[in-house]
Ligand binder design. Structure first.
Ligand SMILES: Cc1ncc(C[n+]2csc(CCOP(=O)(O)OP(=O)(O)O)c2C)c(N)n1
Ligand SMILES: [Mg+2]
Length: 366
């Protein structure tokens, strides 16, 4: 039975990979492999994109290394292409696990002509209408009130879709977060709020972010249940997300889940050497030893479904090859034409924009 407001995070896999309780009654070997695959693909995606960043091929990237169990558990706990998600900027692992092709994520990061969003967003700010994956915003907590609004629409339309809204620990002290939580709660909107608590907001530790004893307890003030889960345990995250999503879908109102995890890498490429300036190497090493992928591999070993070294190497190689092919495809498509700046906003372009179009054209043709 999954209960809200537990003192300890809900766990299904111990640090050494030992199952806790009856960990996986509903998981087939293929389903377990899929969770592993999604996590390792996300890890390798991060590594390759950081390389592209260092090569100057893209200008912004925020790794989620160490947070894969949280992100894959969320994606696999919701109904892909059915439920809506208002993600935050570090959610590439959710996008990948929902099925957004690597090709589309890479072309977005490179701002190429084959980008679904025509290079209009900042790099690493994906959006994909096919997956009800709303376009990412860098403004902290900016997505929370719109998520509440989306869920209110779902309620009024009587669909059985729900809205998932993710954010970091730092977002929970923004005014927008509180407004969105309150609006969803008071309207009984089918919104599932999920905090990916990686314990830092750039250089601000979570204890300096909030005086609450944890994040999930904040749900109480809004009249919602708040669940606490080990965010480095993919089985626990998926199970809790599925359980709470069902509750939300049944019309029992919104809920909050806090996934306790850790950002092992830097905040983004705008963050210099984190260990030098604001956190200790010991802390990072302690969390690295609780790596969610290694923990899950130990769990599979325990079940007698262990991953062979060549199977691991093959998946890494295939993921890299897929990313490299995506880069070649993006390069071949070139960059978007400047004219697309003026498209898709108004059915009839207003005069001032027509004037600006002419100005840019004169500049381009000069
Ligand atoms: C409204 C707003 N204020 C400040 C920033 C600068 N900023 C970018 S990321 C970040 C930290 C957010 O931390 P958290 O929500 O915990 O997410 P994490 O980066 O840890 O995944 C801040 C303060 C911003 N983008 N938007
Ligand atoms: Mg954080």
């Amino acid at each position: 039975m999954i209960q809200p407001f537990t003192t300890e995070p809900i766990r299904r896999i111990g640090d050494d990979g030992t199952p806790i309780g009856d960990a996986t009654p509903q998981h087939s070997p293929d389903a377990l492999r899929a969770l592993w695959r999604d996590m390792l693909r996300a890890r390798e995606f991060d590594k390759k994109l950081v390389t592209l960043l260092r090569q100057g091929r893209t200008t912004f990237y925020a790794q989620a290394s160490g947070m894969e169990a949280t992100q894959v558990g969320i994606a696999r706990g919701m109904r892909a292409k059915h439920d809506w998600i208002w993600p935050y900027y570090r959610d590439q692992g959710i996008g990948l696990a929902l099925g957004i092709p690597i090709r589309d994520l890479v072309s977005q990061c490179l701002g190429s002509n084959n980008d679904l969003n025509k290079g209009r967003q900042m790099p690493h700010h994906f959006g994909d209408a096919r997956f009800n994956f709303m376009s990412i915003s860098s403004s902290i907590a900016n997505q929370v009130a719109p998520a509440a609004g989306t869920a209110m629409a779902q309620k009024y339309l009587g669909t059985d879709e729900i809205t998932i809204c993710t954010f970091g620990d730092g977002a929970t002290s923004e005014g927008d977060w509180h407004a969105g939580m309150n609006m969803a709660a008071v309207n009984g909107a089918p919104c599932l709020f999920i905090c990916e608590n990686n314990q830092w907001a750039i250089s601000v530790p979570v204890h300096a972010q909030t005086a609450s004893e944890n994040i999930h307890i904040k749900a109480r003030a809004y009249g919602m249940p708040g669940y606490y889960v080990d965010g480095n345990d993919v089985i626990a995250v998926q199970e809790v997300v599925q359980h709470v999503a069902d509750r939300v879908r049944r019309g029992e109102g919104p809920a909050l889940i806090e996934c306790l995890t850790y950002r092992v890498g830097s905040h983004s490429n705008a963050d210099a050497d984190a260990e030098k300036f604001y956190r200790t190497r010991d802390e990072v090493e302690a969390w690295t030893s609780r790596d969610p992928i290694r923990r899950f591999e130990a769990y599979l070993d325990h079940l007698g479904q262990g991953i062979e070294a060549d199977e691991r190497a093959q998946l890494i190689q295939d993921t890299h090859a897929e990313i490299e092919a995506a880069v070649r495809e993006a390069d071949a498509s070139g960059f978007p034409d400047w004219r697309i700046m003026f498209d898709d906003v108004y059915s009839d372009t207003p005069t001032h924009l027509r004037d600006q179009f002419e100005l840019v054209r004169a500049e381009q043709e000069a």
